[in-house]
Write a protein that binds this ligand. Sequence first.
Ligand code: NAP
Ligand code: GDD
Length: 325
Amino acid sequence: MAKRALITGVTGQDGSYLAELLLAEGYEIYGMVRRLSMENYDRIEHILDRIKLVNGDLLDEYSIMDAVSSVQPDEVYNLAAQSFVPTSFAQPMLTAQFNGLGVLRWLEAIRRLKPDTRFYQASTSEMFGKVREVPQTELTPFHPRSPYGVAKVYAYFITVNYRESYGLHASNGILFNHESPRRGLEFVTRKITDGVARIKLGLASQLRLGNLEARRDWGFAGDFVRAMWLMMQEEQPDDYVIATGLEHSVREFCEIAFSRADLDYRDHVVEDPEFWRPAEVHHLLGDPSKAREKLAWEPEVTFEELVAMMVDADLERVGREMKGA
Ligand code: NAP
Ligand code: GDD
């Protein structure tokens, strides 16, 4: 019988790649979606006929309990979250509810209704924040720098706690930044590649960005969802850093992205304090040795390939939109 996976956040970047992967692995897939005034299935339109949608919201424990009862999932991937760091400063309560207590609601529902369900929590390198060591491993202490990061630390530890207290198969993937042509337009990589396309095609001349010196360990989302699945197949639940082990600055991202379109970023990028954060995470670099050794996981797409993939996709999309197609 096919395994059943329930994915929260299926309409998001990672949810869409994970759904594709699990379909290829022969899973029966349920995606949890919340009610919006207009459907936003753009990222999963191409697979909508092969997945089943269930209604629910991280804020509503009854909808989560109903989902567990009706789907009887073998694996739950909890990817849903308020995922944009600046919004967490503007809406800290909502972020704590979604990203912190939302995870507790899932763990409680599983513990009470189907305790043999395997649970994946989308933890994050943002928990390392003001980093205590370089590179960061599973043993590096956390020092989050945003309400987003603080809520994710709660989520991380409540996941560990339910594993230790109740024996749940609950694992944290501590994922470093991962990107793709499906990345939301507000995140810096996609903002840059969309900006490159608009400038190249004559729709804009400037791109206003914040801190160009911030450094991140950027990988490809398609590679990173494979790590989520691999850790759920392990007999023992555990926590893993998922990263490429290489870092670049926002400035370097700009340089490569603009040159992909034969442009010089120095002619177009304007530094704007509007995009500075109340507390910045200056530098993140992961050490994925444990995932490499235990899960045999390796990223396949290089940084340069990722930037090229994103620029090319945005050039194609913006060009298509200009033609009205
Ligand atoms: P994303 O594109 O922003 O997707 C977030 C998803 O969460 C969307 O499907 C969204 O649904 C859903 N969601 C938000 N609030 C919800 C609620 N109250 N109830 C139900 N669903 C809700 O994020 P992503 O980049 O795919 O990231 C996936 C997860 O990994 C997130 O938990 C994020 O914090 C974490 N993470 C991401 C990265 C990264 O670099 N991408 C790194 C580490 C960890 P709507 O479509 O309805 O808005
Ligand atoms: N968004 C944005 N916009 N970021 C900018 C800009 C800008 O105009 N200019 C500079 N940056 C810098 C930010 O200050 C930050 O240091 C870095 O670029 C990356 O910002 P984001 O792309 O917004 O990502 P993030 O690192 O804050 O958070 C992402 O990665 C986390 C994992 O480390 C999100 O996907 C989180 O959900 C995820 O947990």
